[in-house]
Write a protein that binds this ligand. Structure first.
Ligand code: CTP
Length: 414
C-alpha cells in the first residue's frame, strides 16, 4: 500500500465537489493512509459530517471553539499531527483566506497554523477561477510553496464548461503520493542517512506537452499531463540530484525540491534545455509537438465566410536528438521516451538508434491504454543490449525505478 501509515489532514470546503471528497477518503484509506477530516460550515451544506466520519473512521472536526475537541487535541496540534494537509475541494473563498492568512474558523486556522506541506484541489465556477483576484491568490499560494492539483477543464454543475472542476479523486491521490514522496527530497538540515545515489549530480528533465500557437488565441497541443516527467524530476531530487525541470503547460502541482522552467513551445523548450545543460543525465519525458504552424497569425483568424484556413507546418527541432548529438558536453546518460501506438518494439528500437540515446522508455499510448493523463503506465526499458519489460506500475513507482537504474549505471559522483 503506497500510503501506509501516512497521516492526511483533509480540509473539506463548501462546494458541490465536496461529494468527491468522500471518494477521496475511501481511496486514501484503501492505500493505507489515516485521514483526519475537518469540514467548513459550507461543506456541511453539501455532505454530512456523519458520511465523512463513517468513511474516514475518525471524528470530523468542525468547530474552532469546541471544548471537547480542544481537550482531546488542540487545534495547533491537530494542524501538525499530519504528514500532509490536503484541501479538497478548495473553494475560492478558502484560497483567498489562505492567501491572506485569515483565520476565522477551524479550517482556516489549521491552514495558518500548520508546519506541514499543503496540497489544494481547487473547485469553483470557471469565472471565479479565472477572476484576477483568484489568480492573484493562486500565485501567492504557489510562491508560498502550496501545491496545486487541478482544477480540471470540463462541464460544471452550474452548466458552464471550462477550468474549475475539482480533479478526480485518483488524480488527487497521485498528487498526494508525489507530494509525500517528494517531501523527503527537500534536504532538511540535520537529517542524514537517506540513500542519495545521485548526490552531486545534475539532472535535466523535460515534461508535459508543448503548445504551438496558431494565432493569439488558438494553439495545437497533445494529451500529455506531465505526470510521468514530473514524477521523474521528483524521484531524481529525492535521490539527491540537483534537478532542473523544463515543463510545458500542465495543471499538476509543481514538484518540490526542483528548479522549474516553464515553457510553451518546442523551441522555448529547446532553449531552456540548452540553458540548463551541462548535466550528468538528460531525460526527455515531454511530448514535444513535432510540427509548428509555419506562419502564426498575428491577429485572431476570422471566419469571414471564406472557408477554412489552410495552414502549412514547419518541423520543430528534436530536443532529445540535439542533446544526444552534443560533442564536448554530452550528458553521460541521455534518456528518451517512445510514445507508440503500433509496432511498439520496432519503432522504439529505431528511435533509440536514430536519436542516439542510451536508453529508451517505451510506452504504449494507444487510445485504450489510458496512459496519457492516467496514473499508471506499463513500460519497457530498451538499451542497445537489453529489452526489459516492467509490470504495470504507478507513474511514481516507474519514476523511482528509473532513477534507481540510472543512478546504478552512473555510479557515485567522484
Ligand atoms: N522529442 C524531443 N523533441 C521533439 C520530439 C520528440 O525531444 N521535437 C523526444 C520526446 O521527449 C521523447 C522522444 O523524443 O523522449 C520520442 O518522442 P516521440 O513523440 O515518441 O517520437 P518522435 O520523435 O516524435 O517520433 P514519431 O513522431 O515518429 O513517433
Amino acid at each position: 500500500m503506497t500510503l501506509t501509515n501516512k497521516r492526511i489532514l483533509l480540509v473539506v470546503g463548501g462546494g458541490i465537489a465536496a461529494y468527491k471528497a468522500l471518494d477521496l477518503v475511501r481511496r486514501l484509506r484503501e492505500r493505507g493512509a489515516t485521514v483526519r477530516p475537518v469540514m467548513t460550515a459550507g461543506a456541511k451544506a453539501f455532505v454530512t459530517p456523519l458520511s465523512l466520519s463513517s468513511l474516514a473512521g475518525a471524528e470530523v472536526h468542525e468547530d474552532l471553539f469546541s471544548l471537547t475537541d480542544e481537550a482531546e487535541m488542540g487545534h495547533i496540534e491537530l494542524s501538525r499531527a499530519a504528514d500532509l494537509v490536503v484541501v479538497a475541494p478548495a473553494t475560492a473563498n478558502l484560497l483567498a483566506k489562505m492567501a491572506a492568512g485569515l483565520a476565522d474558523d477551524l479550517a482556516s486556522t489549521l491552514l495558518l497554523a500548520t508546519d506541514k506541506r499543503t496540497l489544494v484541489a481547487p473547485a469553483m465556477n470557471l469565472r471565479m477561477w479565472l477572476h484576477p483576484a483568484t489568480q492573484r491568490n493562486v500565485a501567492t499560494l504557489r510562491a508560498d510553496g502550496v501545491l496545486f492539483c487541478g482544477p480540471d477543464d470540463g462541464a460544471m454543475a452550474c452548466g458552464e464548461f471550462g477550468p474549475g472542476r475539482m480533479s478526480e479523486p485518483l488524480a488527487i491521490v497521485a498528487a498526494i503520493e508525489a507530494a509525500l514522496a517528494a517531501d523527503t527530497t527537500i534536504p532538511l538540515p540535520g537529517i542524514t542517512g537517506q540513500p542519495r545515489p545521485l548526490a552531486g549530480r545534475r539532472v535535466v528533465v523535460t515534461s508535459g506537452p508543448t503548445h504551438e500557437p496558431i494565432d493569439p488565441v488558438r494553439f495545437i497541443a497533445n494529451r500529455s499531463s506531465g505526470k510521468q516527467g514530473h514524477a521523474i524530476a521528483s524521484a531524481a531530487a529525492q535521490a539527491g540530484a540537483e534537478v532542473i525541470l523544463v515543463s510545458g503547460p500542465v495543471t499538476i502541482p509543481d514538484p518540490p525540491g526542483v528548479s522549474l522552467r516553464r515553457v510553451e513551445t518546442a523551441r522555448d523548450m529547446l532553449a531552456a534545455v540548452d540553458a540548463a545543460l551541462p548535466a550528468d543525465i538528460f531525460i526527455a519525458a515531454a511530448a514535444v509537438a513535432d510540427w509548428r504552424v509555419d506562419a502564426v497569425a498575428p491577429e485572431k483568424l476570422k471566419k469571414n465566410g471564406g472557408g477554412a484556413p489552410v495552414m502549412t507546418f514547419a518541423e520543430n527541432p528534436d530536443i532529445l536528438a540535439s542533446v544526444a548529438a552534443r560533442n564536448h558536453d554530452r550528458p553521460a546518460l541521455v534518456v528518451g521516451f517512445a510514445a507508440e501506438t503500433e509496432k511498439l518494439l520496432d519503432h522504439a528500437r529505431a528511435k533509440l538508434a536514430r536519436k542516439r540515446c542510451d536508453l529508451i522508455v517505451l510506452n504504449d499510448v494507444g487510445a485504450c491504454t489510458g496512459t496519457f493523463g492516467g496514473e499508471d503506465n506499463e513500460v519497457t526499458i530498451l538499451t542497445a543490449e537489453e529489452t526489459i519489460p516492467w509490470p504495470r506500475l504507478s507513474k511514481v513507482e516507474i519514476a523511482t525505478r528509473l532513477i534507481a537504474l540510472l543512478a546504478d549505471r552512473l555510479g557515485p559522483a567522484s
